[in-house]
Design a protein around this ligand. Sequence first.
Ligand SMILES: Cc1ncc(COP(=O)(O)O)c(C=O)c1O
Length: 380
Amino acid sequence: MSAKNDKRVGRYDLITPMLPCKDEIMEKFEKFLMSGNYILGEEVRLLEEELAAACDVVDAVGVASGSSALFVALAMAGVRPGHEVITTPYTFDATMEAIILLDAVPVFVDIRPEDLNIDPGLIEAAITPKTRAIMPVPIFGAPCDMDPINEIAAKHGLEVVVDMAQGYGTLYKGQAMGSFGRMSTLSFYPTKNLPGIGDGGMVLCRDQRDADRIRKIRAHKAVRANDRLYTGWNSRLDEIQAMVIRIRHGRFNEEQGDRDQVAAIYDSYIPEAHRLQYPIGKEGMKVTHHQYWVRCTQRDKLRDLLDDNGIDTAIFYDPPLHRHELAEYVRTGSDMTEAERAGREVLILPVHAALPFEDAHRVGKIVQDFLAVEEKTASN
Ligand SMILES: Cc1ncc(COP(=O)(O)O)c(C=O)c1O
């Protein structure tokens, strides 16, 4: 029977995970309102300190959004008009927009089928004299393979900027993903694993000079760096967002534990060939499951079946960015077989800290049964 009219299983629940800290937020809000200290106050400063410590970097600078963080980080990494930045086509638009806004060129190389992250084995062939940086994106919270990426960057004198919008809490070989690039960028968009209640972002810096410069630029101060003068503008992290994010950060591990359990339930139903393989179970690797994905050739049929059962899903990223409407600004540095296939086959299942485990079992079972029939049909 169709469950279309019953309560649906939503992809997100932005309210329930916040409820345990609602009173604390309201209390702090009252104080904040009466303080008159509305811009770049104590909350932003403390959040910067806390996240720099959590991600093992020298400093962190709160900015207006994850997109803004990418733009300023790439600029400070010396990306200039005509430069090329090597990145993945299987990511959200913002990754490439920041490069294009700097009049630089996103150069896409294909992804690995097992984790949907940039394939380090394809990067070197895409390097040209114009290449300035490599920008890995731990997509859906799965760590990128940073050792080979950093080796290639060092060998060719390139900067590494990690787009960590989906990767807060993700670990690579026991180390925070945010500690690998010269800079990494966070987004606090409300659907992210570490959420605000509006827009917000942060640049995690391994070089104090980058942090000092970004702190100036975000508040209208000009900066001289990379042999040029950069104008300042307004890219401040809002004090209210910082206050809420700090409170949510205090509950991050607990919420992550719930997301992990949902993912473990799905894993128990979905065969490895149809979901994230690497690096689950490998030492020091932590996937934060910003999204949980399943893949199959009959993806749209599976989506319809889940919809009929009252389960919301999403399709990311179809088409991948090399076929985006901004494609005239980009270049491909390899063929795009796996990114294309992921665009056609990947389906995003509900995963969040408030998803009832019985719902996760129901979703997992429906997917399992569908895949079993699909495999049987394919082998006949
Ligand atoms: C991979 C990636 N990069 C960048 C961003 C941009 O973040 P924001 O929405 O905070 O600008 C997002 C947001 O969804 C994202 O998923």
